[in-house]
Design a protein around this ligand. Structure first.
Ligand SMILES: Cc1cc2nc3c(=O)[nH]c(=O)nc-3n(C[C@H](O)[C@H](O)[C@H](O)COP(=O)(O)OP(=O)(O)OC[C@H]3O[C@@H](n4cnc5c(N)ncnc54)[C@H](O)[C@@H]3O)c2cc1C
Length: 432
């Protein structure tokens, strides 16, 4: 395709990845049709309820050396940050084996981290620019992010990760106890040190942000089709339409950006991708009575602790179970336990929220996760006109702008600034 050719492109899924991709395609002059059955950025989307962290330093995949030793613990410890629901183990086993194998050596981790960093590098600037374009600069807070630790030994235990970040040029600094107390006076004595990522930022309200991006897209001429995509109409391998539950949507190209819904669509486009849901939870404590200077993450709870317009959001937990299994709100209770530990003065408010298990203050969502910690970005096997843009796991908010740029670059036939082949869905060898 010549760089000037203007196409009609259907973007399937209007979570943060679909929205950012649609905006990049519009910049190239294409006509965009957004296919989404629900409210874009609504509660069904991972993009609604996440931890809001824009951390360029989120370069480590979840699977790291020695993790396999912890798997039995994940099955048994009901209060830890990770849990595998026994009943679902048989269907998850294949993914888990690939997951453990992907993180066997630090050499693998280093390679993976460098690839992830290509997509993370400019996340804060990118989102700030998008929020400004959408007329909501207030939605991206560029105040940095801070991991908080109970003791020096907990920092030491993560030395390898920090060394890797330093090697990639990610800037961070240690925050000593006195400064931590001064910056976050509400933080309990249990946490004594911080590691600050100055280039980190936070999306103040991800649902509202998705909305603002949607409105920007519509103002720029995008069309919404409220429908669920079910497949593709191909003629000699070339795309003629996206099939939806309410008819065909004729188009020249299509992008699969349907989060956890992408697995079935990818299969229709010729790629069998091991994509599962790493289910996560959030709970909100309304009116906490203070603000935070930056998003926090306790090293033991491994959760985003962030201020949102709705209140203090605690977002985390990894629960491996099927997509359709009902939420287990006890997982969100664990988040409240960490909140009590972090902010002793919030204990009564946390208790009150704990009495309303499953109320709108609670949320469960699906991280669309591949076993190797990299998303699938690139042309599908069944057609050069269908593109993958999914599988971002824990970092889809961070990586959405760069994903959008890469998809637009590939559709235009331009040369990407970095090697995009590691993101190909074909790496899993599941061409159908
Ligand atoms: C608890 C938790 C905390 C997290 N914290 C962070 C964080 O701090 N930072 C970060 O970067 N990431 C974080 N993430 C991950 C991040 O939220 C996801 O990676 C990201 O939102 C994925 O975006 P998406 O657009 O691919 O998917 P989604 O946001 O899930 O959007 C997919 C959309 O596709 C639609 N769809 C599905 N099937 C179809 C179909 N067949 N046809 C049409 N449309 C369809 C859905 O309705 C949905 O609206 C977190 C996730 C969780 C669960």
């Amino acid at each position: 395709m010549s760089a000037e050719q203007k196409l009609t492109i259907a973007v399937i899924g209007a979570g943060i990845v679909g929205l950012c991709t649609a905006l990049e395609l519009q910049r190239d002059g294409h006509h965009v049709i957004l296919i989404e059955p629900h409210e874009p950025g609504g509660r069904q989307a991972a993009s609604y309820g996440n931890g809001t962290w824009l951390n360029p330093g989120s370069v480590l995949p979840m699977s790291t050396p020695g993790l396999w030793k912890q798997v039995p613990g994940f099955l048994l410890d009901p209060d830890g940050p990770f849990i595998i629901r026994w009943r679902h183990l048989p269907t998850l086993a294949g993914w888990l084996i690939r997951f453990v194998l992907a993180g066997r050596t630090w050499q693998q981790i280093e390679t993976c981290a460098a690839r992830r960093y290509e997509l993370n590098r400019t996340t804060a600037q990118d989102h700030a620019a998008l929020a400004a374009e959408a007329g909501r600069p207030d939605l991206v807070r560029r105040n940095g992010l801070m991991f908080v630790y109970p003791e020096q030994a907990a920092i030491d235990a993560e030395q390898q990760s920090w060394r890797l970040r330093a090697k990639l040029g990610i800037r961070f600094r240690k925050v000593e106890t006195a400064e931590l107390r001064e910056r976050v006076p509400e933080l309990g004595e249990a946490y004594r040190f911080g590691m600050q990522i100055d280039d980190g930022a936070q999306v103040a309200d991800p649902g509202a942000y998705c909305h603002a991006l949607l409105e920007l897209l519509i103002r720029r001429g995008a069309v919404r089709k409220t429908a669920r995509a079910t497949g593709f109409s191909l003629n000699g391998g070339r795309l003629t339409a996206v099939i939806t539950e309410s008819g065909a949507v004729p188009c020249d190209r299509a992008v699969i950006a349907a989060g956890i819904g992408s697995r079935d669509l990818a299969l229709k486009a010729g790629d069998k991708v091991p994509l599962i849901s790493e289910r996560g939870y959030h709970v909100v404590i309304p009116d906490p009575g203070f603000d935070l200077p930056a998003g926090l993450m306790p090293s033991d709870g491994k959760m985003g602790v962030v201020m949102t317009p709705q209140g203090l959001r605690l977002a985390g937990q990894v629960e491996l179970a099927s997509v359709s299994a009902p939420p287990n709100w006890q997982r969100a209770r664990i988040l409240l336990n960490y909140a009590r530990r972090m902010f002793p003065a919030l204990a009564a408010k946390a208790d009150a929220v704990a009495q309303t298990l499953g109320s709108p203050n609670y949320w469960m969502g699906h991280r669309p996760s591949t076993p190797d910690g990299l998303p699938c970005i690139g042309a599908a096997s069944a057609s050069p006109d269908v593109f993958h843009a999914f599988g971002h796991g824990h970092v889809g908010l961070i990586q959405a702008p760069a994903t959008g740029r890469l998809v637009a670059t590939l559709i235009a036939g331009r040369q990407p600034a970095y090697d995009a082949t590691p993101f190909s869905a074909r790496r899993f060898g599941g061409v159908v």
